[in-house]
Every structure is written in C-alpha cells, then in structure tokens.
Design a protein around this ligand. Structure first.
Ligand SMILES: *[C@@H]1O[C@H](CO)[C@@H](O)[C@H](O)[C@H]1NC(C)=O
Ligand SMILES: *[C@@H]1O[C@H](CO)[C@@H](O)[C@H](O)[C@H]1NC(C)=O
Ligand SMILES: *[C@@H]1O[C@H](CO)[C@@H](O)[C@H](O)[C@H]1NC(C)=O
Ligand SMILES: *[C@@H]1O[C@H](CO)[C@@H](O)[C@H](O)[C@H]1NC(C)=O
Ligand SMILES: *[C@@H]1O[C@H](CO)[C@@H](O)[C@H](O)[C@H]1NC(C)=O
Ligand SMILES: *[C@@H]1O[C@H](CO)[C@@H](O)[C@H](O)[C@H]1NC(C)=O
Length: 678
C-alpha cells in the first residue's frame, strides 16, 4: 500500500513538472481572496467570506461559506456582487447574521455610479435548517451591528447626515466632514418555525460620531465602539467609547491617546477589551511613530496594559484565547507567524509553523487547542487551514482549494536577499523572485517593485493582485527585487522612524544600494534595470528617476511629485506632518528638497503612470502634473486613469488586470533598451 502511494506520488510529481506552464495574466488575476474567518461559539463551524472577480459583471463577487469541522461539509450561504458587512455568529452559534448591500444595478457605464445605488437588508442564516431569511424592513445605511447575549436581539448602528435638507450638497467643506450622526437601535425579534420576525425596533442613543468596530459586553451591559473619521488629521477622532445601558445610556470615552485604535475584541471572560493601536504623531518636541501594537483595557478599572511588548515587529492581527492570554500574528522581517502570550507577565512564544504569512486567525472557547487561519507563502497560494491542536501547527490541513488553478502553474522561486547600507552599516533585506528556471543564472534583467505605506513590508506570501504582482513579473522574465527599505514595518520601531524628515532620500539610499549589490554579485545586468511601485512605491519611483537615469523604464502608480499640494489634498495629512517633520510652513525646505517637481527635467526614464480617477489619498492631479511635464520634456510617457476608482482600485477587477497588463508591456518595450531620452 505504502509502495503504491509513493509510486503514485512520484508519478504525479514527474508528470506535473512536465506539464506545468508559466503563470499568465489570466491565471494570476482569476484568484480568490479571503475577506473574513470566524469560529462559531460552539467550535463546530467556521464561517468565512471569499471574494473573486466576476468578469462579466465588472465587479467582485462575494460568497459566505460555512464549514462543518466534523463532517468536512462546506455550504455556501449566499453569493452576491455586494460586500457582507460584519457576518457574526449569534450567542448560541445557531444563527449567523449579516448586513447585505444590494446593488440596484443600473445601466450606467460609470462603475462608481453603477454600484452606488444600494439598499441594505439584515439577513439571518440558520445553521440548523440551512435557510436564509431577511427581516422585512429596508435599513437606512447600517454601518455595523452586534448581537446581544440572546439569539433574539441585536444592536444595530445606522448612520445619516446631520442635515437632511437640500442645502446638504453645498455645506461648507469642514462641516461636511463632521456632518455625521450614528444611531444605535435595539432590534428584538421572535423566532417562529425557525423564522425571525421583527418585534421591536427601538432607538437607544444618537451620537455625533462615525462608528466602526462595535461590541456588546454582557457582563457590564455596555456597548463599546470605536469612533472614526474619513479625514485622518485629528487623532482624537479615533478613540474607544462605551455606552452604559444600565445607566441611561451614558456615553463615556475610554481612551485619550495620540494613537489610532483598530480591531476591538472582547476577552472570553468579558472583562477585558483588546485592541491594536499605532501612532502617527509628531510635534516639535516629541514624536513617536510605531508599528502596530496590542493592548488590553481592563473594563472594571480602566487600566491598559500592552501585550507582546517583547516582540520587535508589527502585530497584524490577534485573537483572545479561551484560557486568558492571546494568539497574535506578528510580522517579523519577511514572515508573519503565530505567537502566544499566555499572560502579561509571560514572555511571547513563537509557534513553530511554516515560513510564510498567516492571516485571519480564529479560535474557539469550545475547542481551546484548535485554530483556523488563512495562509500563503512564496510558493503556496492562499487557502484557509484548520488544525485541532496548535502544537501541531505544521500539520494543519487546508479546508479550501479556491486557488487550485495557481498550483497547476510554475510559481517563480523566491528567496530573501540581504545587503548592507554602507553609510549606516545596517543590513537591509528584500525578496528576490526569479524567472522560472533561472535561479542559478547571472546577468538577469531587473524589476525593482517597491511597496507602499511607507509603513508596510514585502513579505513571504502569495497575494495575486495588482499591488503585489512580483510572481507574474518574474514569470515574464524579470528578476524582481522587493526591497524592505528604511521605513518598512517588521524591523523594529527605530527602523520605521528613520525616514522621518528625509522620507524619499533615506529609503532611496537603501534601495539603490540593493541594486548595486545585485550588480556586484553578478546576478543583475546593469544595462537592464527597471523600477516601479504604487502609492508610496509611486512616490519613490517619481523621486528615484529624478536622481538617476540608470533605469530604462519606470512604473509610477498613484505617486506624488509635489508634497506640499499632496499634503493639502490627501485624506491622511497626519502622515505627511509626521514624515516631513511638520506642516509645509514649518519645514518648507524638506517639503521642497524631497519633491520631484523641481527636478523633473532630470528625468530620462520612459514612465507609465496609473491612477484612480477618484483617489482621495493621493490626488490624481499629481499624476497629471507628472504626465504633462514629461510630455513637454520629450520623455516617453503614458497616463492611464481608471474611472470611478479610488486609491485601492477595488471597484472593477478589470482595472487592476489592465493596469498590470499595460505595465508588463511597458517593461517589455523599454526595459531592455538603454537608449536614453535627451
Ligand atoms: C476564471 O476562473 C473561473 C472559475 O474557475 C473559470 O470558469 C474561468 O474560465 C476563469 N477565467 C479566466 C479568464 O481564466
Ligand atoms: C437597461 O438595459 C436593459 C437591457 O439593455 C433594458 O432592458 C433596460 O430597460 C435598461 N434599464 C434602464 C433603467 O435604462
Ligand atoms: C450613572 O451615571 C452617573 C453619571 O456619571 C453617575 O453619577 C451614577 O453613579 C451612575 N449610576 C449608576 C447606577 O451607575
Ligand atoms: C495605545 O493605547 C494605550 C492605551 O490608551 C496608550 O497607553 C498607548 O500610548 C497607545 N499606544 C500607541 C502606540 O498609540
Ligand atoms: C558592520 O557590521 C558588521 C556586523 O554586521 C560588523 O562586523 C562590522 O564591524 C561593522 N562595521 C563597522 C564599520 O561598524
Ligand atoms: C517560463 O518563463 C521563463 C522565463 O520567462 C522561460 O524561460 C521559460 O521558457 C518559460 N517556461 C515555459 C514552460 O513556458
């Protein structure tokens, strides 16, 4: 029996090596992403959400799934072109509730217009009958909800404009931003024959805030939420609040810090509130800028304490453990692993798993040892995994095979590559993706793909998309370097903050020294260098091509060329305030000397520019200015503007695919030629 199995394995491997073909654009963009994952309170089921392109509808299709851990049965609950807001298990684990946005698909050719007409419903899915029901009334813009401690009531948040008259559109800008109120309602319903029917819909409190994360704390009969704002300039807009249902719905603010709070979760004891936060704040005297950290707030006395304070990297996710303590996802250098801290007094322990990237971790009180997560690595496309006992993490089994088609292709080999920054003598690293079969070859053409952020990192994962498309570029013959330059997360808080007051120049030095090392090592052909990136990667691209003409082709995605006007138009001015050391009038020298706009006449590199038409992070005007300048200067340039898209290019899957298709063509057209354009 064993012999037969091993023979058949050899046969399969032998066969697949022969028949595997290179990744194509179509394969790469036809992938499935996982948007959420959670255990049922009983520990019996996993609920997860997938997202994949619906090419014929010019939209993404979302599907909610339930997986039964004991019977291995997978059931799809509903598939739609709309996103499901916060699918949540009821306290008993018998029901899943979610808010569904139904797009009223019009015939508009404008994607944004087409998807902007919506109506909202709250749905209930019964695990027992496998039926889906909705309660009758259409909702006014729900933003989130939380179950109470019973299966027959929940708290729902709806949001509206404060001013509901026809002047709304012409309100002063600043008023528009704050023109928001949220109302929390209690919904009580009856279950008859496994069908919910609405009994009562009671408003509880209205607050002049936008709410994001929202929880019910049974022990204290409190509602807890996070306030948020579309304009990220005042960190007081991002705080945690509680509402005491026992005391006239008294609203209390729980945090008063200079950080962004994200990802609220309640400890299983119901006594602690966990959250992550990070700082982007500076003043003339004090500043700190941190990676993401994890805190626990004692709801009885208001004290906060920090988890994982001995962990050097960036905490990208977590789940409270049933026996106290936490599991957290920690990005350290190019891996994202699972760590445990049993109590605040204990040290952090790294669970021995696979190299790569763990995401969406979930655990259950009723299966304290079990764990579920999404995982991918350089050579393994993303799937969801489950294991009964976290001690056996390396033996976790995939419960999905959504990206099977990618495993049938040759996935380019990738390794971590290190070099030294001569000035600081610090080790910098990046990821190299080799063209298939060429990992031993010299003199390869290079494409430097820089991540955004800047507080982000390129990691050992497989995310097929328009932002992280290194494997596809490698499959098209490029050696891809993804550098984790100064400013990247996962290398300690100091590494992150070293770019302050010299954001473009400091990161550039690390990137160029990596390219030099690759040439010195003989791996790269110095006559065939190309470079590109999106967002902060676009900022760097725009800067680097003003500093050197060594690159034959450049891909500039949603970058900035004049940081003063970018500061003035972006939704994240606090980032620039921090990066440049102050406001433009405080630090005009830094804003000016780090801005490409005054040096554009030095550019010799043919440049393809892309931007979303409705990007409010980096104004498309920056890309138009770059296009106009290069056009006048006689440097080959093309600007592609994606209609209806914001910074995330998340509206129409064709846009991301077309972006990369055109970028590959640009690299192919100009990347191998050394002719300079003077
Ligand atoms: C994408 O995947 C779907 C489902 O697996 C398949 O039917 C379709 O042909 C694929 N499309 C492309 C362009 O590869
Ligand atoms: C949308 O297009 C369909 C088919 O072309 C047509 O039957 C329908 O009347 C159109 N609807 C509107 C609102 O224009
Ligand atoms: C209700 O809130 C008020 C105002 O903070 C406080 O003085 C009072 O003690 C609270 N009552 C109870 C029962 O907690
Ligand atoms: C995070 O929140 C805690 C509790 O409010 C606070 O002490 C800490 O300074 C904050 N940290 C960051 C990095 O914002
Ligand atoms: C640079 O760092 C290496 C260790 O990474 C050390 O051996 C060497 O002495 C350092 N050189 C200088 C000039 O500090
Ligand atoms: C895959 O791509 C590499 C690099 O472009 C090329 O050398 C190789 O021949 C391709 N292999 C197949 C099977 O097409």
């Amino acid at each position: 029996m064993i012999l037969i199995i091993s023979l058949s394995i050899i046969f399969c491997v032998g066969q697949s090596l022969q028949t595997k073909s290179n990744l194509t654009l179509d394969d790469f963009f036809n992938n499935t992403e996982f948007a959420s994952l959670s255990f049922s309170p009983t520990g019996q089921h996993l609920l997860y959400q997938t997202m994949r392109p619906a090419w014929n509808s010019n939209a993404y299709e979302y599907t909610l799934w339930v997986y039964n851990i004991d019977s291995y049965k997978k059931t799809s609950i509903i598939s739609t072109l709309g996103y499901f807001l916060s699918p949540r298990w009821s306290p008993s684990g018998n029901t899943i509730a979610f808010i569904h946005t139904e797009y009223l698909l019009s015939n508009s050719t404008d994607d944004h217009q087409r998807l902007s007409e919506k109506s909202y419903y709250i749905y209930f899915y019964s695990i027992l009958t496998e039926e889906l029901h909705t309660i009758e009334n259409t909702l006014e813009r729900p933003s989130t909800f939380a179950w109470s401690d019973q299966d027959s009531s929940l708290f729902l948040v709806t949001s509206t404009s404060r001013f509901v008259n026809n002047d709304e559109d012409i309100l002063a800008y600043r008023e528009q931003i704050n023109n928001h109120i949220s109302t929390i309602h209690r919904l009580d319903f009856d279950w008859t024959n496994d069908r919910p029917s609405l009994r009562q819909f009671t408003p509880i409190i209205t607050v002049p805030l936008r709410l994001s994360d929202f929880l019910y704390v049974p022990l204290e009969q409190k509602l807890i939420f996070l306030s948020t704002s579309p304009l990220i300039d005042d960190l007081n807009s991002f705080e945690i609040y509680s509402i005491d249902l026992r005391n006239q719905s008294l609203l209390t603010r729980l945090t008063h810090n200079q950080g962004f709070e994200i990802g609220l979760q309640l400890s299983p004891s119901g006594k602690h509130l966990l959250f992550r936060n990070y700082t982007r704040r500076s003043s003339r005297t004090i500043f700190h800028d941190t990676q993401r950290r994890l805190y626990s707030l004692d709801l009885t006395n208001g004290h906060t304490e920090r988890y994982g304070s001995d962990f050097l990297g960036n905490i990208v996710g977590y789940v409270p453990k049933s026996d106290g303590g936490v599991y957290f996802l920690g990005q350290h250098k190019t891996n994202v692993g699972i760590y445990t801290q049993q109590s605040l007094e204990d040290t952090t322990v790294h669970h021995l798993g696979w190299e790569g990237t763990y995401e969406h971790i979930s655990s259950s009180i009723n299966r304290p040892q079990a764990i579920a997560f999404a995982y991918s690595s350089f050579d393994r496309p993303k799937e969801i995994y489950y294991v009964d006992d976290i001690k056996q993490l390396q033996f976790a089994k995939a419960i999905t095979n959504e990206n099977q088609h990618l495993t049938e292709r040759i996935i380019p080999k990738a390794t971590v590559y290190q070099w030294k920054d001569e000035v600081s003598n610090e080790t910098i690293e990046g990821i190299l993706h080799y063209p298939p079969g060429k990992d031993q070859e010299d003199n390869l053409p290079l494409f430097v793909l820089m991540h955004g952020g800047p507080y982000d990192a390129s990691v050992n994962s497989f995310f097929a998309g328009w932002y992280t498309w290194a494997p596809l570029a490698a499959a098209h013959g490029w050696l891809v370097l993804e550098p984790n330059f100064r400013g990247s997360s996962g290398y300690g808080d100091e590494f992150l903050d070293e770019i302050r007051r010299q954001p473009l120049t400091r990161s550039t030095r690390d990137i160029i020294s990596g390219v030099d090392q690759l040439i010195k090592d003989g791996i790269v052909d110095s006559n065939r260098l190309t470079i590109g990136g999106y967002s902060y990667g676009g900022f760097l691209t725009n800067w680097i091509i003003t500093q050197t003409d060594r690159f034959n082709a450049a891909l500039s995605g949603s970058g900035s060329i004049d940081h003063t006007s970018s500061w003035g138009t972006m939704d994240l001015p606090v980032l620039f305030h921090h990066l440049f050391g102050g406001y433009p009038w405080d630090e005009s020298h830094i804003y000016q000397t780090q801005s490409p706009i005054f040096q554009l006449d030095r550019i010799r590199t043919p440049t393809l520019i892309v931007t979303g038409e409705k990007d409010i992070r980096v104004d498309p005007a920056q890309s138009y200015m770059l296009e106009r300048s290069l056009h006048y200067l006689g440097v080959p340039v093309n600007l592609i503007v994606f209609p209806g898209e914001g910074h995330e290019l998340s509206v129409n899957p064709w846009h991301g695919k077309i972006k990369v298709r055109e970028e590959l063509k640009w690299l192919q057209k100009y990347g191998h030629r050394t002719a300079k354009f003077y």
